[in-house]
Design a protein around this ligand. Structure first.
Ligand SMILES: [Mg+2]
Length: 360
């Protein structure tokens, strides 16, 4: 048997990538994504890519430095992502594996899975034993008010999307309702509408608002209260008929287990980075299946589309194009579905000319 390739080198770059369109949120406008690009090379000369989104520029360089500082713990180890993830999480037991550390670990994990798939000249889906297929996707809408949200919803549907998700959490529930009804009027009954409160309500406020929104036929209401208030989410979920969605801010499969124990969410949407990379997603997917929870994704559309192909209870892919400017081959969408092709790796590789422009 040929000897197993090993992890030989890492390259870490920090970049600020302007969004194709500025994104309006309840807490201000996002104009650029702070990203850490992780490239890990193997003894076979294969390079795997991972991407970390640090949300704020303040965390960009510290996260890049963490990635670079953690790599020596596994330098020379086999290209075996589950084994590497286990070793690194043991090494970080006292430090903890949430926050920036968790993000750095996920960047390393994604890059090693990508390297392993490329070593075998196959896609992540096939490496994991899955079959590539098209994944239903929804388009995101910012905190754009009644007219802006309706226009954005209509634009997504014109592109072929059968689902849209808007940020809400306006000063009054009457305004939330007006935004939802304006979108419904714009897209008709056949299109799924989701809304996202981005953790802005107290559980009591959320229960009051859900009494008003419960007849709007929403596919889900996302993070009505603080992401880690599992008991609060459970009270809200028990009080209304509309499915409650949560998961993008849970750190790793253990947070998911706590949420399941509390019955915090009717469906889940892990973020491949915060869930612990591809290795974390695999565990989350198994937990979701055994508990009958539908799984959607958060950001990372390229990797997430492949992972959803391997997720038995897959629901919706969150489509975003924020990072397209630096990707060699951004995810393709046809008729509102993500096309998962047979290319090698996780689908993330860099457009180096663009990266050179945005590296800090
Ligand atoms: Mg969200």
């Amino acid at each position: 048997m040929a000897s197993q390739p090993t992890l030989t080198a890492i390259r870490v770059r920090a970049a600020s990538v302007p969004l194709p369109q500025p994104h309006q949120t309840a807490s201000g406008v996002i104009a650029a994504s702070p990203l850490v690009l992780v490239d890990i090379t193997t003894s076979d000369g294969v390079t795997g890519h991972g991407l970390v989104f640090t949300y704020t520029p303040a965390a960009l360089k510290p996260t890049a430095e963490l990635v670079a500082n953690l790599f020596p713990c596994v330098e020379g180890d086999p290209v075996a992502p589950l084994a590497v993830a286990q070793k690194l999480s043991q090494r970080c037991r006292l430090l903890g594996t949430q926050g920036l550390v968790g993000m750095a670990l996920a960047g390393i994990d994604m890059a090693i899975w990508d390297a392993l798939a490329r070593t075998h000249n196959t896609s992540l889906v096939k490496l994991l034993g899955g079959e590539p297929h098209a994944i239903n996707s929804y388009g995101g809408i910012g905190f754009d008010g009644e007219l802006g949200s309706a226009a954005a919803a209509e634009a997504w549907v014109k592109k072929g999307f059968q689902a849209v998700k808007a940020k809400i959490g306006y000063p009054t529930v009457a305004e939330d309702l007006a935004v939802i009804r304006a979108m419904r009027a714009a897209v008709g009954e056949g299109v799924a509408i989701m809304v996202d409160y981005n953790q802005c309500l107290t559980p009591t406020d959320a229960m009051e608002r859900m009494r008003v929104l419960d007849d709007e036929g929403l596919t889900w209401v996302e993070e009505p209260t603080l992401a880690h208030d599992y008991a609060g989410h459970a009270r809200i979920a028990a009080s209304c008929r509309t499915p409650i969605q949560s998961g993008e801010n849970w750190w790793g499969p253990l947070d998911l287990q706590h949420a399941i124990n509390a019955r915090a969410s009717d469906c889940i949407m892990p973020d491949v980075m915060k869930m612990g990379g591809v290795s974390g997603w695999i565990k989350a997917s198994a937990l979701a299946e055994t508990h009958g929870l539908r799984v959607s994704s958060h950001l990372w559309p390229e990797v997430s589309a492949q992972l959803l192909c391997c997720t038995p209870t897959a629901h919706w892919l969150e489509y975003i194009d924020w990072w397209n400017p630096i990707l060699a081959a951004p995810l393709e969408i046809r008729d509102g579905k993500a096309i998962v092709d047979d290319g090698a790796g996780t689908g993330m590789a860099w457009n180096e000319d663009a990266v050179a422009r945005y590296t800090m």
